[in-house]
Structures are given as C-alpha cells and as structure tokens.
Design a protein around this ligand. Structure first.
Ligand SMILES: NC(=O)c1ccc[n+]([C@@H]2O[C@H](COP(=O)([O-])OP(=O)(O)OC[C@H]3O[C@@H](n4cnc5c(N)ncnc54)[C@H](O)[C@@H]3O)[C@@H](O)[C@H]2O)c1
Length: 370
C-alpha cells in the first residue's frame, strides 16, 4: 500500500464507544509508526473523553465523520460505530482514499456488505473487518492443523455463541434499525467467521433458520441479566437464533446463538467445533481439544494456548494480545508485509449466511445462497 518503513501511518477513529476504547485505541497505540491523529463521535464528549483517557494530546476532534475524511493527511480510518453506519461510513472513507478497518459485522446486511466490497475493489483501497478472534493462538493452530490434513474430510461444524443471560443493554444493541439483528449478527458472527476461516470453506449453498423473541419479552424480575435489565418494548432484535447452512461441497454448519437462554451451557463467541473423518476439535476456555481414535481407543488431546504467566510459572509459548496482533497484521499489510488477514470477501460470506438465516425466519423457507 506504499508506506515506507519509517513513514508514520496517520489514523482516524470514527465512533468512540466501548470497542474503540477497549480494543482499537490501545491496540493501535502499541504499534510503532502508527499515530491516532483524529477522533470522531456524534456525541463529541465521547471523542474528547477518549482523547484524554488515552493521552492522545495531538488528536483532532470531530463530530461529523465527513469532516474527518476531508483531512488528506489521514491514511487509515477505523470504524467503531453501530452496525447500520458501517456501510456508508466505509464507502465514504474508501472514496476519500482511506484504507479502512471496520468493526464486525461487516454491515447490517449482505447487500450493504457487497457495496463495501465493490467500493474497495474499485478504489483499490484496503478494507478489513475486525474479526479479532481469528488472532487467537488456538484458532491459528487449528487452521494449520486442518490445512495439514489432521481432521481428514471435515463434513460438520458448529458455530455457537450462547449466553445464559448476557444481553448488551448499553448503546443500541437491542435496536433492530441500528443493528440489523441481535445475537446472530452480534456474537454468532464471530463464531461463524472463525468456523469458515478454520475450515477454509466460503461456498454456502442453502440455509434455514429460526429466530426467537421470547426471553426478550420477560418482565424485569425474570431477566437476571449480567449487564442490567431491559425494557421489553425496546428489545426489538431477536434474543436467540438457530439455523443450518449447507455448503456447496456438502459440509453442514450448525449455528446456535443467544443472549438469553434457559440453559447452563454457555459458549463464548469466537469458537468453533469441527468434525472430520480422522479427528474432531472443540474449544474449552482458551484451550483447544482434538479428539479421535488411536490404536483402537478414543483419545482427547489438549493443546494449551493460555497466555504464559512468566518464567516462574512457564507453561508454554506466550502470545501477543489479540487486540495488538490485530493491528500489527493490518499495518504490516499496509506496509506491504504479508497478506490481508481478514479479507472483505470472507466477511461478506459471513454476512450472506447470517442474512440467509434471518430471511429464512421471515419466510419460513430455506434460502438458496449459491
Ligand atoms: N469485535 C468485537 O468483539 C466487538 C465487541 C463489541 C462491539 N463491537 C462492534 O463495535 C461497534 C460499536 O460497538 P460498541 O460496543 O463500541 O458500541 P458503543 O455504543 O459503546 O459505541 C458506539 C459509538 O459510536 C458513536 N456513533 C454512532 N453513530 C456515529 C456516527 N455516525 N459517527 C460517529 N460516531 C457515531 C456513538 O455515539 C458511540 O459513542 C458495533 O458494530 C459492534 O458490533 C465489536
């Protein structure tokens, strides 16, 4: 992308809420040669607060992202706004000559995601989607093992993200218009992304699914949510969704997700389960388990991917924080080193499948994707 080794890459952050403060800004600050020079939020105090919190003394503050995009010295923007605005801000930024990292999901639906993809191709600017779970050591290890043939023919996978009670009650997460959906587009998007990436299969054929607005309608005494209660009238997205996607090569992927479900089976987002003819794999906390049959007996191997706790307790290879790694691989790519890690074409397929499940729920029929 034409940056010299010693050249500073100048970055603008659009949307200064939870993910910008918790992931993007500290991630970028750890990368040498990259500087956050602008912060934008429609609630300008949030941009001011982020500037102060992260010591970004030279950053300019904007309320309107279009004004930020006029600054020709800005090379790259990171878009951390709610889902609905991912597409139009990305498109405007690419047209303004910026490279873009946009938060997940890529867009509110597949049509918008396709527009983003087409704009990136036409403008020649780089576009990536912030699916940081791919950076986890266990996911990278698993992908390498799949590529090495450890699992044989993989014909079934599960993309699961289930919270017993974990409804994000801040911001606009429960608002259908702003977000395009609930846990399916919010957290299952991570699990589906890592599943497709690990098995390297981006050809969906048909999908079917059902969403539910059940626990979202419960009165406050039955909510018991980890992030506080909600107003059922304002909870316009689904609380749970379940579906299947059949891929062109016959692989079946099951999707299961919820922000609130009467279950004891919590499964954090950004994990996968895969089943092949020679072996299978799933994730437990930050470890990866590989199962199979050896010498006629079932085995389970645990691949430890927990971060190292230092020399005194050394129990394996440490790994870079995923929020830093996400930024490192992105800026390395912009400097001409390595491949684009999360390709927009891949994120677009995630959007297609998620939308297929929503569409199937609306029509009660299967949705043909390929
Ligand atoms: N990768 C992850 O694991 C992860 C985790 C949480 C959130 N996210 C994604 O990040 C995005 C934001 O989530 P959040 O938790 O930070 O929400 P948030 O509500 O905390 O922050 C969003 C911010 O964007 C601002 N904003 C809204 N519209 C804007 C616009 N047009 N221009 C400039 N600023 C605007 C809001 O005022 C708010 O400060 C969502 O798309 C969400 O899916 C990703």
């Amino acid at each position: 992308m034409g940056y010299g080794k010693g050249e500073t890459i100048r970055v603008g952050i659009i949307g200064c809420g939870g993910i910008a403060n918790g992931k993007h800004i500290p991630g970028i600050q750890a990368i040498e040669g990259v500087e956050i020079v602008a912060l934008c939020d429609i609630i300008v105090e949030k941009a001011e607060k982020a500037k102060e919190r992260h010591g970004l003394t030279n950053a300019k503050i904007y309320q309107d992202y279009k004004e930020l995009l006029k600054d020709e010295s800005i090379d790259d923007v990171q878009i951390c706004t709610p889902n609905r605005s991912h597409s139009f801000i990305t498109i405007d930024a690419l047209e303004a000559g910026k490279n873009v990292m946009v938060e997940k999901p890529m867009a509110i639906n597949a049509v918008e995601a396709k527009k983003m993809l087409d704009t990136a191709k036409r403008t020649g600017k780089a576009l990536t989607v912030a699916y940081q779970n791919r950076q986890k050591p266990e996911m990278r290890y698993l992908r390498d093992e799949v590529a090495a043939g450890t699992f044989g023919d993989i014909y079934y996978a599960q993309a699961t993200a289930i919270r017993r009670r974990g409804v994000p009650t801040w911001g606009v997460f429960m608002n259908e218009y702003e977000q395009g959906g609930g846990p399916l587009i919010d957290i299952c998007t991570h699990s589906l992304d890592v599943t497709l990436w690990v098995i390297d299969n981006y050809k969906p054929k048909v999908c079917f699914g059902k969403t539910f607005h059940k626990l979202s309608q419960l009165p406050s005494e039955l909510q018991g949510n980890s992030w506080g209660g909600w107003d059922p009238e304002k909870f316009t997205v689904e609380d749970s969704a379940f579906g299947m996607c059949l891929m062109e090569d016959g692989t079946l992927i099951r999707l299961e997700t919820s922000w609130a479900l009467n279950t004891t089976h919590n499964v954090p987002e950004g994990r996968t389960t895969i089943c092949g003819t020679l072996a299978g794999a799933d994730c437990v906390e930050s470890d990866l388990r590989i199962n199979g049959i050896r010498d006629g007996r079932p085995y389970v191997e645990t691949i430890t991917c927990k971060p190292s706790r230092g020399a005194a307790y050394f129990d394996g290879v440490g790994d870079e924080d995923i929020k830093i790694r996400e930024q490192r691989v992105w800026y390395n790519y912009l400097r001409g080193e390595g491949e684009l890690f999360v390709k927009p074409e891949q994120a677009y397929v995630v959007s297609q499948i998620l939308e297929g499940i929503y569409e199937s729920d609306r029509t009660g029929k299967e949705v043909i994707l390929g």
